[in-house]
Design a binder for this molecule. Structure first.
Ligand SMILES: Nc1nc2c(c(=O)[nH]1)N[C@H]1C(S)=C(S)[C@@H](COP(=O)(O)OP(=O)(O)OC[C@H]3O[C@@H](n4cnc5c(=O)[nH]c(N)nc54)[C@H](O)[C@@H]3O)O[C@H]1N2
Ligand SMILES: Nc1nc2c(c(=O)[nH]1)N[C@H]1C(S)=C(S)[C@@H](COP(=O)(O)OP(=O)(O)OC[C@H]3O[C@@H](n4cnc5c(=O)[nH]c(N)nc54)[C@H](O)[C@@H]3O)O[C@H]1N2
Ligand code: SF4
Ligand SMILES: [Mo]
Length: 728
């Protein structure tokens, strides 16, 4: 604002007073500062920070201050430092948007709710209650994930609910449940990594995906730990390793068999632990008798010598930890592969004591809590089962409904897409996911979504899935939405949120309550705060595997988070699991034999290369948030194809040239990045982009039969230069 110093008829003194007033108020404006205590919305470490908003008239400046916390010890990565940028951008959706002949038109909340009521009721009448599907996400708070499960079962009365965590945590979660009787990402707290003398990192790229955890591993190494990384690429994480096993994609189950065999042959097993604390060892022993190491070398591309080195070092070490992530889990045998890595921990007795354990490195911010409280097809809160009569009765009573009215088990995320394609599900409600980019076989998924009678997407932005919606509902961001998140260690943390949502955006839980009210179900959904929902969740989880009963907002404010299980308010929470017993009824863990190879798409003459997919440091998942942060978008503005120079030469592909990548399902165009860090038979493309760069147009739809995890990490492809000079 300019000051007009030329008021006619003003005396010099009056003019001076005006001027002073102006400068004083200007100074005050500059000093207007708001401080928000928050935590990063991205990965499972959940680093704490403060966002300082400085206002100078219309202009705002932001400063981010990392805050101490037990997980990242006060560190923040580049995504965390710039996370505020997407939350404060003008691109936020601020009003409900109705799709009218392809154009989004703002409507009021009451109009939006009326439309939902009409459409949902019509679908229920025409196609039945199970024609409505609900699709959730691992970014939602515990309160919202819990409420979404209740919303599907009580407000919509549908059995079809699942969430993006199916693509993320399902293999590790089902393996841990079967092996240990409980699924909590890490069995130990992070600080114990420093005590481990051998660390196996299988299909996990911590340096890019949980960067603030890297110092735990570098310090462990300084303490003398031997680090083994298993990855088809020499990632930044692999560069830290003492031994990098550059495995052929999809063959980790066989590699683990090779290591188990060596451990047995060398007598590096803990007989006492096996006898007292496990079942199934004899069957494993018999199975391994038929395994030949030269066969394993042929399958995996890892030499017998390297397999021996890895096994003997892990077996002989006093302490050791095994970590897996999506590299081994996002496979059509992901469940079995994780079981085989857990077998390593069990037969060596390297679990349940200091510096010894197993960990599935959880992915999304609330990837852990999001999988515990009922947004999964077969699950009720507290990790209860929707098929267990006692569990059903407990939850039905708490919710005030008849047990018979609680729907049964639905299907997994991708199977919901199949049901949509087959027009069995005709209405879909998406909260916290961008399925048209993150599902495998994305062309099929897109075709299916087009057939829906009604698609509602709740999001902060117009995502690729949002673009296809009939109605977009604006939700609050992490800076605005208070609630609890459970980090990769199983530590429940309270995320404070002091900012007011922009425009008419509402919290996810408010949106669920409003829709429930419009559908006449308000008596089941009358909450006035996230804390109130949490208190109901505490009761719902009480006595369940993931017991949160002893955790309160009060405790979370005073303590630095509380580990579950925490069955009573005076319970400290369990930092290290399985010290004395496992969670199965007999207290023992289960060892099982795992086959070397499982059905996967094989390379052929027409499709001669393996494609594997994953992540880069500065982008997050389908990129809807990180592409709206100018700093992050600038660091990686397009996708790429990592390829070995020898392979590139064979296909006449130059560095930084456009490449057409094709499978039987579809094709994408991406820019080449030549690097000797990748295997010659494999190419890698990140998952963070949509439309013509969406790698999931190429990936395979096959699912793991146990946990329904898609095999994102391996399929057969062909490549060619987009413009082939030799052919022109
Ligand atoms: N920067 C960033 N960080 C993130 C995310 C993000 O999008 N961006 N997402 C978060 C989420 S939701 C998740 S689930 C995690 C994922 O974390 P990670 O699982 O660590 O990440 P990915 O890159 O998917 O896969 C890890 C590694 O597996 C390797 N790999 C591929 N195929 C195979 C195989 O057959 N065997 C083996 N052994 N390795 C293989 C890849 O080369 C890759 O380096 O990251 C979380 N953190
Ligand atoms: N090829 C390939 N595909 C993969 C993977 C892979 O490695 N390779 N990884 C898989 C994995 S591990 C995952 S986790 C999935 C993730 O895939 P998606 O579920 O699609 O993940 P996001 O990109 O995080 O989409 C989240 C959407 O929700 C919005 N959102 C964020 N926070 C909130 C919130 O609090 N409330 C609401 N209502 N909306 C919110 C964001 O703006 C965004 O549009 O992708 C999977 N797909
Ligand atoms: S992305 Fe993960 S490691 Fe980086 S700041 Fe956020 S929570 Fe921390
Ligand atoms: Mo994930």
């Amino acid at each position: 604002m300019e000051v007009d110093f030329q008021h006619p008829g003003q005396t010099g003194g009056e003019r001076m007073n005006d001027l002073l007033r102006h400068f004083r108020s200007k100074q005050l404006e500059t000093e207007t500062e708001k401080v928000f205590d928050t935590q990063c919305p991205f990965c499972s470490v959940q680093c704490k920070m403060q966002l300082i908003e400085q206002r100078n008239g219309e202009r705002k400046r932001y400063k981010v201050v990392p805050m101490p916390n037990p997980a990242s010890e006060g560190r923040l990565c580049i995504k965390g430092r710039n996370a505020y940028q997407h939350a404060v951008t003008k691109e936020r959706v601020k009003q409900p948007l109705l799709n009218v002949n392809g154009a989004f038109v703002p409507v009021s909340w009451s109009e939006a709710l009326q439309i939902i009521k009409e459409k949902f009721t019509a679908i229920q009448q025409e196609d039945g209650y199970n024609a409505l599907g609900v699709y959730g996400g691992g970014s939602l708070t515990n309160e919202e994930a819990y409420l979404l499960g209740k919303f599907a079962r009580v407000a919509l009365q549908t059995k079809y609910i699942d969430y993006n965590g199916r693509f993320c945590m399902s293999a590790a979660a089902s393996a841990a449940n079967q092996a240990f009787g409980i699924d909590r990402g890490l069995t130990n707290q992070l600080s114990e990594i420093l005590q481990a003398r051998c660390i196996i990192l299988a299909g996990t790229n911590i340096a890019e995906c949980q960067p603030t955890l890297m110092p735990y591993f570098t310090k462990a190494r300084e303490n003398g730990a031997f680090i083994i990384v298993i990855d088809p690429r020499e990632t930044t994480t692999a560069k830290l390793a003492d031994l990098h096993l550059k495995i052929k994609p999809g063959t980790d189950a066989a590699l683990a068999n090779g290591m188990l065999k060596v451990l047995l042959d060398e007598g590096l097993v803990e007989q006492k632990f096996i006898q007292e604390r496990t079942n199934g060892y004899e069957e494993l022993k018999q199975h391994l008798a038929s395994i030949r190491l030269d066969q394993i070398e042929e399958i995996t591309g890892i030499t017998v010598e390297q397999i021996r080195k890895a096994a003997v070092t892990y077996g002989a070490a006093q302490t050791g930890m095994v970590f897996t992530a999506r590299g081994v889990e996002q496979q059509t045998d992901g469940y079995m592969t994780v079981r085989n890595f857990i077998n390593l921990s069990l037969i060596t007795g390297k679990i349940g004591r200091i510096g010894c354990g197993y960990g599935a490195i959880t992915g999304q911010g609330n990837g852990q809590g999001g999988r515990e409280h009922g947004q999964k097809a077969d699950q009720l809160p507290g990790y209860r089962s929707i098929e267990n009569p006692e569990h059903r009765a407990y939850i039905a009573k708490l919710w005030g409904i008849n047990e018979q009215d609680l729907p049964g088990k639905g299907v997994s995320a991708y199977e919901m897409m199949e049901k949509i394609y087959q027009k069995e599900i005709t209405g879909l409600f998406v909260m916290g996911s961008n399925p048209v980019v993150s599902n495998p076989n994305a062309n099929f998924v897109e075709e299916g979504l087009q057939k829906l009678k009604f698609l509602v997407v709740v999001d902060m932005f117009i995502s690729e899935t949002g673009r296809m919606a009939d109605l977009i509902l604006p939700c609050s961001s992490y800076l605005e939405d208070e609630g609890t998140m459970t980090n990769l260690e199983g530590r429940v943390i309270l995320r404070k949120a002091g900012r007011t949502p922009p425009g008419e955006a509402k919290h996810d839980w408010e949106i669920l309550c409003d829709i429930a009210q419009a559908l006449g179900k308000e008596r089941f959904f009358s909450y006035s705060s996230a804390e109130e929902i949490f208190n109901e969740l505490r009761m719902a989880s009480r006595g369940g595997t993931a017991d949160y009963y002893g955790i309160t907002y009060n405790r979370l404010t005073q303590e630095e988070g509380v580990y579950w299980p925490c069955p009573s308010p005076d319970h400290p929470g369990e930092a290290r699991l399985f010290e004395h017993s496992f969670a199965h009824a007999d207290g023992r863990a289960k060892i099982i034999p795992v086959e070397n190879q499982h059905v996967k798409e094989q390379i052929t003459e027409e499709f001669p290369l393996y494609l594997t997919t994953g992540r880069v440091l500065t982008q997050y998942l389908t990129g809807v948030q990180t592409r709206r942060s100018h700093t992050l978008a600038a660091s990686h503005f397009e996708s790429f194809l990592e390829i070995h120079p020898k392979t590139a030469k064979k296909y006449r592909i130059e560095n930084e040239s456009l490449v057409k990548l094709e499978s039987e399902r579809g094709s994408v165009t991406v820019r080449s990045k030549l690097t000797p860090d990748i295997r010659e038979d494999t190419v890698f493309v990140p998952m963070h982009w949509g439309d013509m760069q969406s790698v999931n147009k190429v990936t395979h739809q096959a699912l793991d039969p146990y946990c329904k995890m898609p095999g994102f990490k391996v399929c057969a492809v062909k490549i060619k230069p987009l413009v082939d000079l030799q052919l022109e």
